[in-house]
Design a protein around this ligand. Structure first.
Ligand code: NPQ
Ligand code: MG
Length: 370
């Protein structure tokens, strides 16, 4: 059953966050993102590009992603006959880098393709779980007391794992306070690349707290120093920023740069690449989990479907919609069950309704191709 994309609509939408989100690289109060609507054969598919306003997490921004989508990726996709989204993403291998731009459009094609077969994204990707485990990611707070209150709240809500953002000066004392107050809860930290080899005393101190993992302590593109660190720590190192493709994942495992990988479809170039890294990690016995980029319901749904694959054995950065947004762009919004999980939608494609009137209201820019 061959398909064709006849029309693509790009939008920038801006949604206010319920509270500011602060990491070692900056503070966000509003989340802008690009939404992609791909249409063909009377069907519609939705994707979300997770590039941020500035090049702080990675080099991509809303502007670079818009440019690459408009001038290179959409022209390569429009009007071509294809049987599977992976065929289209193979065409884009000619475009170096820009994984977030590729991932947003590829996600829309997966939705379109799944709908054309009348199956859910979960089935399309090979998912098996009906519910996925939720963890929460808590930003840097004004004080340790503020963080303790946030963690208490998250545990009451049922989140299965607490992740706290760290940076030099907001690390060992914070983790110590959390262990003193909450004991042996499932706890991890994410540095977003804020440390160097010189900070090893700090990382050694964190090693004593029985953390589930330390995420991306070193440079956003480093594999070598992480390998050296992993040999010196009991705590598993988890890579996020440094793994930008299946090839990076293969090299990271070969070098011993980490014992866990955070898979984000946006960061690695799309659902196909995300699944390839999952498959590699299953073969190598390396646990994975699905990260988050403060997605709206559209990106969140794609992530939840991915996290239903069997190798996603650790709690994911997939929280309830209301953790980030007062009103999500999809219905029903994601709600946390008492057991700390989210349901994986089972209807065709995304399996949730995109509320176009809300999308329209949040839109600050729009363009249609051709
Ligand atoms: C992480 N996410 O795991 C990311 C970091 C992050 C939920 O911790 C705009 C662009 C906002 C990129 C917010 C979580 C972002 C962003 C957070 C990246 O490292
Ligand atoms: Mg991270």
């Amino acid at each position: 059953m061959t398909m064709k994309v006849e029309r693509v609509e790009l939008r920038v939408v801006e949604l206010p966050l319920v509270e500011p989100f602060e990491t070692s690289f900056g503070r966000e109060e509003v989340r802008p993102c690009i939404l992609i609507k791909a249409q063909g054969d009377g069907l519609t598919g939705w994707g979300e590009c997770v590039a941020g306003a500035g090049p702080w997490y990675s080099y991509e921004t809303i502007e670079t992603a818009w440019h690459v989508l408009k001038d290179f990726l959409i022209p390569l996709a429009l009007g071509k006959a294809w049987d599977h989204p992976e065929e289209v993403s193979r065409e884009w291998e000619r475009v170096r880098g820009h994984p977030m731009a590729k991932a947003g459009l590829e996600a829309a094609l997966w939705d379109l393709w799944a709908r054309s077969r009348g199956i859910s994204l979960k089935e399309a990707l090979g998912g098996v779980k009906e519910r996925v485990e939720s963890g929460i990611s808590l930003g840097i707070q004004p004080s340790v007391d503020d963080l303790l209150r946030k963690v208490e709240r998250a545990l009451e809500q049922g989140y299965r794992r607490i992740k706290v953002k760290i940076k030099p000066g907001w690390d060992v004392e914070v983790v110590k306070a959390l262990r003193e107050r909450f004991g042996e809860i499932p706890l991890m930290v994410d540095a977003n690349a804020a440390y160097t080899l010189d900070d090893r005393p700090t990382l050694q101190a964190l090693d004593a707290f029985g953390l589930m993992m330390i995420e991306q302590p070193f440079r956003y593109d480093d594999l070598v120093d992480h390998a050296r660190l992993q040999r010196q720590l009991r705590t598993p190192v988890c890579l996020d920023e440094s793994v930008k493709s299946p090839e990076d994942a293969r090299q990271a495992l070969k070098l011993g740069s980490c014992r866990i990988i955070n898979i984000k479809p946006g960061r690695v170039g799309g659902p196909s690449a995300a699944r390839a890294i999952h498959d590699l990690c299953v073969r190598e016995g390396v646990p994975v989990w699905c990260g988050g980029m403060l997605e709206t319901g559209i990106g969140r749904t794609h992530n939840v479907a991915l996290a239903s694959l069997p190798g996603f054995t650790l709690p994911n950065d997939l929280s309830a919609s209301r953790r980030y947004y007062r009103q999500d762009l999809v219905e029903p919004p994601f709600e946390l069950h008492d057991d700390g999980t989210l349901s994986v939608p089972s209807g065709p494609g995304l399996g949730v309704e995109v509320v176009e009137e809300r999308v329209e209201r949040a839109t600050v820019r729009r363009e249609v191709f051709p």
